[in-house]
Design a protein around this ligand. Structure first.
Ligand SMILES: C[S@@+](CC[C@H](N)C(=O)[O-])C[C@H]1O[C@@H](n2cnc3c(N)ncnc32)[C@H](O)[C@@H]1O
Length: 365
């Protein structure tokens, strides 16, 4: 009986119009028979022996029951479990975003229940819900301009943790994590090396190497003291101040070429640009390389021996190499500031972005 009801709730949640993001799940306890044959349904008890032929016998029985009820404490009624959306474990680290720290509206406070109080079905539902939220945020980051991502993360800072919980579980199934390859590489660098980790996530590079190198880590939100919340299209670093710039799976956003231009700005001449991206994102690897060369980077090498991702090494060519490209970009930025950017220009920018790198959409697992 209970299993049947649970199955129904599962299929109902599957067909929820919100795509699983707002699944209500209200599973009260199953009806129980008390010692006296009463059905306990959470709020009322119904006597099932009301039609005895012998009235005297019945009266006697009722009196006896009253006495027993006075002596015994009432059967405790189990509280209804909160909706699934309210049972997410308490948020882990305190996340701050630039705007969020001061002006973000408070989000709906989530009531927490100890995970042990959830049934396995509820835990399964909770995982599905977290997976759906992760995929939703992921898709949004890949299909929108970075200013929209900044806005979203400022309004809902909890997005960062949801995204990274999901991302972590994806990475676990990979044969290798490119961030570890970069960490091994940076370990061998002299201590004077200045590194910019663009779209650093939880800042694993800085967490591992901050005592050894000078690392600037940037992401849409700041989950810890190593990470500065900002749009990597515009980071708070001076021109030509960085030796190594890393983009580890972070060329998200349809305007990711703005991130590449920003890397060019902050890198010292001869500085290194290192990129890791998911292999399936590239419709044409050569075209991607050519586009980066036109920004002013010199292609050094690529490593596509891994099944999941490609690694690229570029260096910033000596100054002036991308002057024509940058002057066109400066013009477009000036126009944007003046508010004269046409919708067509915005559209063509995102089309160019997609022609170079497709969004990375994770499948349901
Ligand atoms: C797939 S995760 C990778 C995180 C980390 N680099 C790693 O490899 O573990 C991509 C990260 O890029 C960040 N990101 C995407 N667009 C960004 C933007 N415009 N500004 C700052 N961070 C951005 C996301 O928030 C996310 O944390």
């Amino acid at each position: 009986m209970k299993r049947k009801r649970d199955t129904q709730q599962l299929s109902e949640s599957k067909s929820h119009p919100s795509g699983g993001l707002d699944v209500g799940f209200n599973s009260g306890p199953s009806p129980k028979k008390s010692k006296h044959g009463d059905t306990v349904n959470g709020s009322a008890t119904t006597t099932t022996e009301a039609a005895q032929p012998n009235r005297a016998k019945n009266d006697m029985k009722q009196r006896l029951q009253k006495i027993l009820q006075k002596q015994k404490p009432k059967t405790p009624v189990q509280p209804k479990l909160p909706k699934l959306a309210d049972t997410t474990p308490p948020p882990k680290p305190k996340i701050s975003t630039k705007a969020a720290s001061s002006s973000a509206p408070p989000t709906k406070k989530e009531k927490s229940a100890p995970p042990s109080s959830l049934t396995s079905l509820q835990q399964q539902m909770q995982r599905k819900l977290a997976g759906a939220k992760f995929r939703w945020i992921n898709e949004l980051l890949y299909t929108k301009q970075s200013n929209e991502a900044v806005k979203l993360f400022s309004e809902k800072p909890e997005m960062f943790q949801i995204y990274h919980d999901g991302f972590r579980s994806q990475v676990e199934s990979w044969p290798a994590n490119p961030i570890d390859i970069f960490i091994d590489y940076l370990r061998r660098k002299p201590s004077s090396t200045v590194v910019a980790d663009m779209g650093c996530g939880e800042g694993k590079i800085a967490q591992t190497l901050h005592k050894h190198l000078q690392i600037h880590s940037f992401d849409l939100a700041s989950p810890n003291e190593h990470v500065i919340a900002c749009d990597i299209a515009k980071v708070p670093l001076a021109d030509s101040s960085v030796d190594v710039t890393i983009f580890c799976l972070s060329l998200m956003g349809t305007n990711f070429m703005d991130f590449v231009n920003e890397a060019y700005r902050i890198l010292k001449p001869g500085g290194e640009l290192k990129i890791a991206e998911v292999i399936s994102r590239f419709p044409d690897v050569d075209r991607f390389v050519i586009e980066l060369q036109s920004v002013g980077f010199k292609f050094v090498k690529k490593d596509d021996t891994n099944k999941m991702f490609i690694l690229f090494d570029f260096v910033k060519a000596s100054s002036g190499a991308n002057s024509s490209k940058n002057s066109a970009k400066t013009k477009s930025k000036t126009n944007k500031k003046k508010g004269v950017e046409s919708p067509a220009a915005k559209d063509s920018e995102s089309k160019t972005g997609e022609a170079l790198l497709k969004p990375c959409i994770y499948k349901r697992r």
